[in-house]
Design a protein around this ligand. Structure first.
Ligand code: NAI
Length: 284
């Protein structure tokens, strides 16, 4: 399938980046939000990020204007009707996603592909809320979308070969590198990353070292661009806890149990950068 028209549902952190990249690589994009304010914010963010690329000489002013010209904002999911591919990027909540997929199934063309950008929710479960499970797939973009190379492509139990091939080809056409994995809790990215972050929090709780030392060991010793506790603050400690709970529940193995200190920080409202306080203090 030749994917030319894309609808993106949700224009938050991930959705605006996905719309940006699809439009930059020549696709007609409909960006669908729930209200005027988040839609305006999403479009302004895309404008700002494209502007940065122009300043850095990575994009011409003409290409920026053409990219923006390919994006249409909308407040109605009905506007996904003409899309070849829909990428859903709304909140990480199963019932919200199931409702959207069931609605999209009724609205979209019979051959349209429905993708979710979920970090952890089962693609197989989301697909079961549609009558086209073969055409449902995971496209797990990384944050920030315009800069990160990987798309983790997740095959649900029923995802068919044609859908998988079309999404791999489309991901490459966006200048990204798709890597295909199967549908198990956390897929690969979060299944490997979150236990490392969790272990770093255990090391902190047990007094093995302080925050800066744990991050320093992993940065200098393992050549990681940022330490695990800095990364946790960047992702959001509530998001980290939610992913660990999915791994713990879904795989039933105690090795994924979230560290009590992580739970305590989340309970205190220390959610990382976004709340001004996490393992580090961002208030100043
Ligand atoms: P976000 O909270 O920044 O954005 C979600 C957006 O969806 C909001 O703007 C909201 O207004 C909109 N929305 C909610 N319900 C909607 C509906 N019914 N129709 C249209 N728009 C709706 O969330 P974020 O961080 O962008 O996450 C989105 C998805 O991407 C989640 O599934 C998350 O797990 C996944 N993800 C997030 C990453 C991250 O670093 N933030 C990384 C990779 C995946």
């Amino acid at each position: 399938m030749n994917i030319q028209k894309v609808a993106v549902i949700g224009g938050g952190t991930m959705g605006n980046g996905i719309a940006h990249v699809c439009a930059q690589f020549g696709r007609q994009v409909t960006l669908i939000e729930v209200a005027d304010a988040p839609l305006k914010k999403a479009l302004a963010t895309i404008d700002k990020n494209l502007g940065r690329m122009v300043e850095k000489g990575k994009l011409s002013a003409e290409d920026k204007a053409a990219t923006l010209g390919r994006i249409t904002g909308s407040l109605s999911v009905q506007d996904a009707a003409g899309a070849d591919l829909v990428v859903e990027a709304v909140v990480e909540n199963l019932s919200v996603k199931q409702k959207i997929f069931s609605e999209l199934d009724g609205i979209c063309k019979p051959d349209a592909i429905l993708a979710s950008n979920t970090s952890t929710i089962s693609i197989t479960t989301i697909a079961a809320s549609t009558k086209r499970a073969g055409q449902v797939i995971g496209m797990h973009f990384m944050n920030p979308v315009p800069l990160m190379q990987l798309i983790e492509v997740i095959r649900g139990l029923a995802t068919n070969d044609a859908t998988h091939a079309a999404v791999v080809e489309f991901s490459q056409a966006l200048g990204k590198t798709p890597i295909t994995v199967n549908d198990y809790p956390g897929f690969v990215a979060n299944r490997v990353l979150l236990p490392m972050i969790n272990e770093a929090v255990y090391a902190l709780m047990e007094g093995v070292a302080d925050v800066e030392s744990i991050d320093g060991v992993m940065k200098l010793g393992m050549n990681h661009p940022m330490g695990p506790l800095t990364l946790a603050d960047f992702i959001g400690l509530d998001v980290c806890l939610a992913i660990l709970e999915v791994l713990h529940d879904g795989l039933g193995d105690s090795k994924y149990r979230p560290c009590p200190l992580l739970k305590k920080y989340v309970a205190a409202g220390y959610l990382g950068r976004k709340s001004g306080r996490g393992f580090y203090n961002y208030a100043s």
